[in-house]
Design a protein around this ligand. Structure first.
Ligand code: NAD
Ligand code: MLT
Ligand code: K
Ligand code: MN
Length: 353
């Protein structure tokens, strides 16, 4: 019997609702498999934890997480208790960086049973490869003076290694898909880092002559996500551009509540982390109506990561069937609760046991 050791961090807000729902689904997945179990170890690290301990996670938090096969996370952030940059950098970004989860994979596709806000969504199916370790997200910079003379400086950091790594990952992914990579740039307005990004892209693409490419400035690209999302296969983007594009990816599917993400450690030194694209949604927390699909699809990405692609495909198929049959939370036009959606997915999964 194969046993996967999973560190579970529900985090804040609706993370505490969608994570338990997705764990139930993973238990059902294990039953379907028959030869596999999950051991879930839960950690209460969150903004509530911060209020009590003055930090988002204990000092030895990372060494505890290190021994797990994967980390399954909900969402981090409760601005009523802790400023967002403190909570994010103290937990989510800390894990991404210290565990060298340098790539963030974020798929979006035309999803059965959902009405996209696009008039003609066609059958789009793309993956954004978000550089996850550097770029616009950096602690380099500072603030001086106060008042009228106040200055804030934030430096973006683009290394050749990090940039190339994200691009190569995108090209190799495209080779297993429709052989097309789009680069998200902004080399007209961003004077140093984005021309550099374009140069590295030009260098890297020479190594993949079987993959077609396109490059668009991020503003135009954002519009194309709305007007012609079906033309994309793999999109490679910097940390911030990838962040923004993937909320948009969720939106054109029908709700940001269904979009999944995988923070991948590519060198095998540390566990990878699986979490939905969305945050803690304080506006709906506590009502029991958060859409669990983003968290459940994230579980599918974890199954893929473990080499259980067949089970992953079955899981996503069942989720789409349940959606198409109208068992949906309010964000996608239904009346079901988080728990009802998860229970229906579990019930249908067990029919495959
Ligand atoms: N990876 C993360 O953990 C992550 C991601 C984004 C935001 N955040 C944090 O979450 C907090 C709230 O941020 P925000 O409001 O900008 O983004 P958000 O993603 O939490 O919410 C944006 C909107 O989408 C809706 N939404 C999100 N997930 C949903 C779901 N599963 N079902 C139904 N509706 C859903 C919310 O109700 C809200 O209207 C902040 O503290 C922010 O820093 C964390
Ligand atoms: O990376 C971030 O900015 C946090 C959150 O918005 C995310 O997309 O994971
Ligand atoms: K999240
Ligand atoms: Mn985001």
């Amino acid at each position: 019997m194969k046993k996967w050791e999973i560190a579970v961090i529900p985090g804040d807000g609706i993370g505490k609702e969608v994570v338990p729902a997705a764990l139930d689904v993973l238990r059902a997945v294990a039953d379907v498999h028959g030869g596999m179990t999950f051991s879930f170890t839960e950690f209460p690290w969150s903004c509530d934890y911060y209020v009590e301990h003055g930090k988002m996670m204990p000092d030895d938090g990372l060494s505890i997480l290190r021994n797990f096969d994967a980390i399954f996370l909900g969402a981090v952030g409760n601005p009523a208790l802790v400023p967002d940059h403190i909570s994010l950098w103290g937990l989510l970004l800390k894990i991404r960086r210290e565990f060298e989860q340098v790539i963030n994979i974020r798929p979006a596709k035309y999803f059965r049973g959902l009405s996209s806000p696009l008039a003609e969504p066609h059958e789009f199916d793309f993956i954004v490869v978000r550089e996850n370790s550097e770029g616009e997200y950096s602690e380099v910079g500072g603030r001086i003076h106060r008042g009228e003379d106040e200055i804030a400086i934030q430096n973006a950091v683009f290394t050749r290694k990090g940039t190339e790594r994200a691009m190569r990952y995108a090209f190799e992914l495209a080779q297993k898909r429709k052989r097309h990579v789009t680069s998200a740039t902004k080399s007209n307005g961003i004077f140093h880092t984005m021309p550099f990004w374009d140069e590295v892209f030009a260098d890297v693409k020479r190594d993949y002559p079987d993959v077609a490419t396109a490059s668009y400035h991020i503003d135009a690209l954002a519009a194309f996500f709305v007007t012609r999302p079906h033309m994309f296969d793999v999109v490679v983007a910097s940390n911030l551009f990838g962040d923004i594009l993937t909320d948009l990816g969720g939106a054109i599917m029908g709700s940001i509540g269904i979009a999944p993400a995988a923070n991948i450690n590519v060198n095998g030194k540390y566990p990878s982390m699986f979490e939905p694209v969305h945050g803690s949604a304080p506006d709906i927390y506590g009502k029991g109506i958060a859409n669990p699909i983003g968290q459940i699809w994230t579980a599918k990405l974890m199954l893929d990561h473990f080499g259980e692609e067949e089970l992953g495909a079955l899981l996503l198929n069942v989720v789409e069937e349940v959606t198409a049959d109208g068992v949906k939370t309010p964000d996608i036009g239904g009346t079901a609760t988080t728990k009802e959606v998860a229970a229906e997915i579990c019930r249908r999964l067990r029919e495959h046991a």
